[in-house]
Design a protein around this ligand. Structure first.
Ligand code: BMA
Length: 341
């Protein structure tokens, strides 16, 4: 029995590996020994897959993968897996349609998230809308993917949907940005009654007092509902003389009003340390995009992009990670306030 409760459906076959006896990390989160789970040139015409999201589906797992085509343009590919570790990725990228059934393809699409709310699966990604902006599509069967209205004006390239409505509205975290590589960025929350009209914007968290997240932060995996609050794995970026470093952070948001941060871990949970995180197309990137979690065992599997080249997998438990975040929490007024000025 876990100390903290996760509110979601049971996932009996979730990917898992016990914590190694010699685990050296300061935080209770450990990498899968077979990482990276997706390597270079994984599919014909695709050079690299990373920053991708997965979800339990039909007794197995399904995912949306950022595939960097060999012409350098990213698109989203569908993949399936029986164990959450070995993935079969389609050779054809996902083809979107609009509400009239006409093809409606983004010019490029990257960093997809995949979230089920009620009976519908939503894909959220970054695309061109006269500049980098957020795209959304819905599917019920992973055969037809229907584009919805773009939620926000540019520039914004990092959005994460909550897995259930709160107060009757859909909730989305996002990070307004610039048209380049964005040397700033906080996480904001927006609400929608219908997945079309977004408003009631609130500030959630500022880029940090903490050095590892001092440049910008962005929502990572869809928040996990627990009895302690919404457990959020996000990314935090620091700057060095050789460029940005992307680490994984952890926070717990208020269940009823997630613009309020209850706990925010002062330490990163994961930072680039392994060869597949430090070495690649963009070195020093751990970019969390999804979790699979099981309320019965309290197990959590975190999927993250590594060095813009690979997909990595790490494990933790709800008890260990929540306790660690709480024990190492340091919040500022801009975290704990309601976020409206
Ligand atoms: C961000 C996004 C991510 C990428 C990261 C590091 O701005 O574009 O897709 O992983 O940069 O290059």
């Amino acid at each position: 029995m876990s100390k903290y409760k996760i509110f979601s459906s049971e996932v009996a076959n979730m990917p898992w590996q016990d914590k190694p006896a010699d685990h050296k990390g300061h935080a209770p989160i450990w990498r899968y020994s077979g990482n990276p789970i997706i390597g270079r040139n994984p599919v014909k015409g695709v050079a690299r897959i990373f920053n991708s999201a997965v979800i339990p589906y039909d007794g197995a797992f399904i995912g949306v993968f950022r595939g960097e085509q060999v012409d350098g343009i990213p698109h989203i590919y569908l993949g399936r897996s029986c164990d959450g570790i070995n993935w079969d990725i389609d050779e054809e990228k996902i083809r979107f349609i609009d509400r009239d059934g006409k093809e409606f393809m983004p010019r490029y699409a990257y960093d997809p998230r995949l979230v089920k709310v009620d009976f519908t699966y939503y894909l959220i990604w970054c695309q061109d809308f006269y500049g980098a902006a957020i795209g959304i599509a819905e599917t019920r069967d992973f055969k037809t993917f229907t584009r919805l209205e773009n939620p926000f004006i540019p520039f914004n390239r990092n959005a994460v949907l909550f897995p259930r409505k709160v107060g009757g509205n859909y909730l989305m975290l996002s990070r307004p940005s610039d048209s380049g590589h964005t040397p700033f960025g906080d996480i904001f929350l927006s609400e929608s009654p219908d997945m079309e009209f977004w408003g009631r914007h609130r500030h959630v968290m500022s880029r940090g007092e903490n050095w590892w997240e001092s440049v910008k932060i962005g929502g990572g995996a869809a928040p996990i509902e627990t009895d302690e609050g919404w457990l959020l794995f996000y990314h935090g970026v620091s700057s060095t003389c050789n460029g940005f470093v992307y680490s994984v952070g952890g926070a717990i948001l208020d269940l009823d009003n997630p613009s309020i941060v209850k706990y925010r871990c002062a330490n990163y949970l994961l930072t680039p340390e392994e060869w597949y995180e430090e070495k690649g197309f963009v070195p020093n990137v751990c970019f969390p995009c999804a979790t699979i979690h099981d309320p019965v065992t309290g197990r959590i599997a975190l999927y993250y992009g590594a060095a813009d080249s690979y997909v990595g997998l790490a494990f933790t438990t709800v008890d260990e990670i929540i306790d660690y975040i709480k024990e190492n929490s340091k919040t500022e007024l801009s975290d704990t306030e309601i976020g409206r000025r």
